[in-house]
Design a protein. Structure first.
Length: 375
């Protein structure tokens, strides 16, 4: 079988990986010289802890298993089974963590509620002010800025001339079953085409799926200079309880009613997520904007809020901020859906809309595509 994958981000690359693993020939086409979208502009978290139960959690757990397997094969991914800590500071936040522990799927997530002393044993860099933390053993991390590069190197090594990467080409037209034409005028014929174009939902995607139930979401993030010590886990704050569906409970309702977010966090729909990169720097975010048109500039107030929260957990000043950026990802308008998978032409499938789950769930999303299409 010959598989044409359109899109060089993590969802497209994982579809290429599945096809190569199953012995097929793959041509992967990317409109930029390298992927430049949400696959790079994220935390690199394999985030199991906050996922909704059922299909979403099952997908995240299967993806976590696949990421670990791929990470053992591709050392450049920087796969690390670091887990996560969400520090809590008062009785309301503690109650939400307790309610999460009472979930029937808590063991599958690796949940444990640990006191402040144990938190500092797990992650000695957290010297700040908190009472306890929700520990999730199943969370992990990879290096998002370089993951696609290392995955493609591994694909070339595994598949040889069965894998071809064509950058700097935009697919413009479906010319027949399993066949597309790019903006160089070249026609690519396969048995199936996978459009994994991320947040690029215009052009050909709009022509093929004009009523796509997917929206675009913008976020702001930043990265620091090296911390100078190891942050042994990823870190979230209690505002993440408000954002992730796994934490919905009566206790969360009471938190929302009795403890408002700060005005800046509320205005920008914020939570803290933080992961240390291999170079020692910290990737920190994030905000959420849903209304179009998106602003073209980044705002400073959210960064100041994030820095304040991080410093309160670390008990020290942040290193210098080296990078600030905005990113856009595609999310199903029905946010309970893990992904939108649709046949849009004969032999052509669109796979998009995983939202903030893309980095976490992409290996399992691609595996499901392969299974459903009978690769």
């Amino acid at each position: 079988m010959r598989v044409i994958v359109v899109g060089g981000g993590v969802v497209g690359t994982m579809h290429a990986w599945q096809a190569v693993e199953r012995g097929h020939e793959v041509v992967q086409i990317e409109r930029e010289a390298e992927a430049r979208g949400a696959s790079l502009r994220n935390f690199g978290q394999i985030w199991v802890s906050g996922r909704a139960g059922g299909e979403e959690l099952d997908t995240a757990l299967r993806a976590r298993e696949l990421w670990e397997r791929i990470g053992a094969e591709v050392s450049g991914l920087g796969f690390r089974a670091i887990g996560s800590l969400t520090p809590v500071r008062n009785a309301r936040e503690y109650a939400v963590a307790e309610a999460a522990l009472a979930r029937p799927d808590a063991a599958a997530r690796g949940y444990e509620l640990v006191g402040a002393e144990e938190v500092r044993k797990i992650n000695p860099a957290l010297r700040g002010d908190f009472e306890a933390a929700l520990w999730c053993e199943r969370d992990a991390a990879v290096e998002p800025r370089t993951a696609q590069l290392h995955l493609r190197e591994a694909l070339r090594a595994k598949a040889g001339d069965r894998y071809t990467f064509l950058p700097g080409r935009e697919v413009r037209e479906v010319t027949g079953p399993g066949t597309v034409r790019d903006d160089h005028g070249d026609v690519h014929r396969g048995d199936v085409v996978i459009l994994a174009t991320g947040a690029w939902l215009s052009g050909l995607v709009r022509e093929l799926a004009p009523d796509l139930p997917v929206r675009r979401v913008r976020l702001q993030m930043m990265q620091t200079a090296p911390l100078g010590e190891e942050l042994t886990t990823s870190v979230a704050d209690a505002d993440s309880f408000r954002y992730y569906p796994a934490y919905r409970s009566t206790a969360l309702d009471e938190l929302n009613a009795g403890q408002a977010q700060t005005p800046i966090a509320a205005a920008h729909k914020m939570q803290l997520l933080m992961v240390q990169r291999r170079d020692g720097g910290l990737t920190i975010g994030d905000t959420h904007a849903y209304e179009h048109p998106f602003a073209f500039d980044t705002l400073e107030d959210p960064y100041e809020h994030l820095a304040e929260v991080v410093e309160s957990f670390l008990g020290r000043s942040l290193p210098k901020i080296r990078h600030r950026w905005a990113g856009v990802y595609a999310q199903c308008t029905d946010t309970s859906r893990v992904v939108h998978r649709q046949q849009v032409a004969d032999g052509v499938w669109l796979v998009t809309g995983p939202g903030g789950r893309g980095m976490t769930c992409s290996p399992a999303i691609a595996e499901t595509t392969a299974n459903e299409l009978g690769w």
